[in-house]
Structures are given as C-alpha cells and as structure tokens.
Design a protein around this ligand. Structure first.
Ligand SMILES: O=C(O)CCC(=O)C(=O)O
Ligand SMILES: [Fe+2]
Length: 287
C-alpha cells in the first residue's frame, strides 16, 4: 500500500533533497538537469525512486497494463493525419507502424506511486525548476496526463515528436532485451522543422543524429520531446516494457487533439471535442 506515503518516502531524498527548498543538494540537482537539458533536451536523474520501491513500481504497472489500448496504427512522426496535403519528399509522408499501447490516466489508481508523484506539488516544483519554468501544470487531458506506455515483445514505439513540450517519464518495467529509448537531440526548434534531418533519420540515414539512452526502472527522465525526434526500438524476449509518462505543460488547460486522442486511446471524451475549437498552441510547428 503506497497511499499513506509522503513524497519523502517515495523519492530517494538523501540523493535528491526535494523537500528542502534551500538545500545545496536540490540546487545542484537542478543545475545539472538544466545544463543537460540545454545541451541535449534530455536528462536522467538516476535512481530517483527509492530502490526498495522498485518492486511495487513494477507490480503497480503490471496490474494496470491489461487496460492498455492495443491497435497497431499507421502514423507519421508528427502524428498528423496521413492524408495531410504536403509536398513530395516531406518526412510526414513516411508511414510508420505504431505498436505500443497506452493505459489512460483514468485506469491508474490515485494511490499508485506514479499517480502520487505526478500530482505532488513538491515534485512539480522541482521538475519546473529543472525545466527553468515559472510554473508547471498537469496536462488537463483526462486520459493523456499520466499514462503507462506498454510495448509488447515484437512491437516498438516508432519515431515521433511529442505534442507536449516537456515530458517526464520513468521506466517501471524493463524488457528482457531491446526496447531502447533513442533520440535526436534538438533536431527541430520552434522556428525550423529541419525536414532534411528528420527525413534522414526516418530513412535510416541519420545514425550520426541519434543517441541511445540506457534507462533503468526508477530513473526519472526529463525530456523536451517536442523538439527531439525519439522512439523506443523493438522489444525482444518474453516480457513487456512499461514506462510511466507524466505529461506537463507550462500553461494550464492543454488537452490533446481529437485525432491524437483517438490514435492513442481508441476513445475521445467530451472534453477533447469541446477543446478542439479553442485549442491553445504555443508555436507554429506542423502538429
Ligand atoms: O516509453 C518511453 O520511454 C517513451 C514514450 C514516448 O515517447 C511517448 O509516450 O511519447
Ligand atoms: Fe514521445
């Protein structure tokens, strides 16, 4: 039972003294995260979760994994409709098979470790500081705010950009083999899509742009997935790969599009439909 645990009983507080707003340890963890995020758009806080909770973390994920929405979907890296009118040679014309499945937030218990972390004010303040943001908001999306990403053996989560600018994630169950997180640091920015580089990666000519990340359960990953093309390679062996995706934004009220929500969860709630007409966008990028 994790329901009665405070944040200091979830996080390895000796290593990451989040609860002490003025501690040098907290300040240096933030400085290190900021430096890496500025350079590569990605940072990993190793052994963030208390090691004695790794078993609970894995078991809680396994308990909800059967709720994942499975449907191999034909998508592109931008997650925009495949019939979007675009010039020849545009990387959004390259069709990929998305074989991962998401467990939506409404299936994840409020007393699970990942749900408790996601909503915790001390945790959110720390993550905001790492991203150098004044404030950070939970994704308003009732399904996509917190998800468990499930990748079955033989499946992968192909190259894509995230809709949300800042992603926080934690592997909860590692696969036997494969299932490696790969990313292309800052391959695009708010003003330039860098389509040639994106095409190179999607066509298998972009090795020089790709980094592989070794992730372990309990590590906290902070990632600017809107600017770095990324994927999870095919999972090998018998076991699934599970990762918790904590979606935050720098402004309140952000919700996924109807198209994207249907792709991810196979269902849409009235909130998504209502938001479609008045969606707030932070940039002029394609998706
Ligand atoms: O599962 C992961 O490690 C990455 C998932 C991801 O890229 C996403 O959910 O957008
Ligand atoms: Fe992603």
């Amino acid at each position: 039972m994790t329901g009665t645990r405070g944040i200091d009983e979830i996080i390895d507080i000796a290593r990451y003294p989040l609860t002490d707003a003025h501690s040098p340890g907290r300040a240096s963890a933030i400085a290190a995260a900021r430096a890496e995020l500025a350079e590569t758009g990605c940072t990993v806080l190793r052994e963030f979760l208390r090691p004695e909770l790794l078993e609970d973390l894995r078991r809680e994920g396994e308990a909800v994994a059967p709720h994942a929405y499975y449907r191999v979907e034909r998508v592109n890296a931008y997650n925009i409709p495949l019939d979007t009118e675009l010039p020849d040679g545009h990387p959004a014309k390259i069709v990929l098979e998305r074989g991962n499945a998401f467990v939506a937030r409404d299936h994840i218990g409020v007393d699970t470790l990942i749900q408790r972390l996601y909503v915790d004010p001390v945790f959110k303040r720390f993550v905001a500081d790492c991203f150098d943001l004044d404030e950070l908001h939970e994704f308003a999306d009732p399904l996509a705010g917190l998800c468990l990403n499930v990748v079955e053996p033989g499946m992968s989560h192909p190259w894509h950009f995230d809709t949300n600018e800042f992603t926080v994630s934690m592997l909860t169950r590692r696969p036997d083999a494969g299932g490696v997180f790969e990313y292309c640091p800052n391959i695009r920015d708010p003003h330039n899509e860098h389509l040639d580089d994106v095409s190179a990666v999607l066509e298998g000519r972009g090795d020089a742009l790709i980094r592989a990340l070794e992730l372990r359960p309990g590590d906290l990953q902070l990632f600017k997935g809107r600017f770095s093309l990324h994927r999870v390679t095919e999972v090998d062996g018998a076991g699934q790969r599970h990762s918790a995706i904590f979606a935050y934004t720098d402004r309140p009220g952000v919700i996924g599009t109807v198209e994207r929500t249907r792709q991810l969860f196979g269902r849409v709630l009235p909130d998504h439909v209502a938001a479609a007409a008045s969606a707030v966008r932070g940039d002029q990028l394609l998706d």
